[in-house]
Design a protein around this ligand. Sequence first.
Ligand code: PRP
Ligand code: ZN
Length: 304
Amino acid sequence: MKTQNKSRLRLAVQKSGRLSQECFELLRQCGLNATPSKTALFYRVSNFPLDLLMVRDDDIPSLVREGICDAGILGEDKYREEGLNGREEPDLPLFKRLGLATCRLCFAVPKESGIEEVSQLNQTRIATSFPGITSKYLKGLGVEAEMVKMEGSVELAPRLGIAEAISDLVSTGATLEANGMKVLQEIFSSEAIVVINPTLQENESSTYQEKFEILNRLGTRIDGVLKARDSKYIMLHAPADKVQNICDLLPGIESPTTIPLPGKPGTVALHAVCKENLFWETMEALKGIGASAMLVLPIEKMMD
Ligand code: PRP
Ligand code: ZN
């Protein structure tokens, strides 16, 4: 195996799919030149000490565990399933949740199956790509079922007569609907996460410290992008004696700035960051207590 470049972080990412697209979009919003061609499997980011390895998501946990990559971005579902393989709990340190590519792992059954609750899955066969997570969950409920491992097209299983129920990822629900099935119960909600090789945190040699610093720099940028995504910048004019009432209406408001308006005594301009989206109803309520000239702007980046 080649020795790793000491001053660059090696990050494994999924080479295709929704998670991959959202993840590259996030890296670009972090200011990285990250636009590899569709066929590239290795990509050197030119303006940040980061190398990307485009791989199958199934390979990411072992690449990170063995230190071939320093960190990896993958779905929490894959991470948990792989982690339970021969272990009680997933073993790789979780560095960050990304809130991207969210989906739910659910039990689903054919609509006309007559199965209405999870306890009725006792002694059934369940088709799934996630036998580890699914059987652990059922065990916790005292339900015994047989896992039928399938890598894809799991929704076909009941029609093929190889299972009575499935445990699979649901995003829009369109695949279930198209196959005449309904969600019975959610097992857990999954999102994209960053996992790291434990050596990065534990090893005190300068190589690993450097890599950990790079990871934290990237982490700070990611935090900034994610925070900004949910935040809005609001500017408005308000009667000076209504500033407190206005702040009470603004969701997740942080340290507003008030500026006197020349020529308009008793009126101030108020600027503030809101950590949540602002709905029209809130704007109407603000207007109702005297706010005017309201502007709500998206925020691109944030750093504390
Ligand atoms: C995934 C998942 C579901 C579907 C959920 O399958 O396994 O089947 O997407 O999405 P939806 O709720 O928006 O319809 P994928 O497309 O990856 O195919 P595969 O399971 O055959 O690999
Ligand atoms: Zn599927």
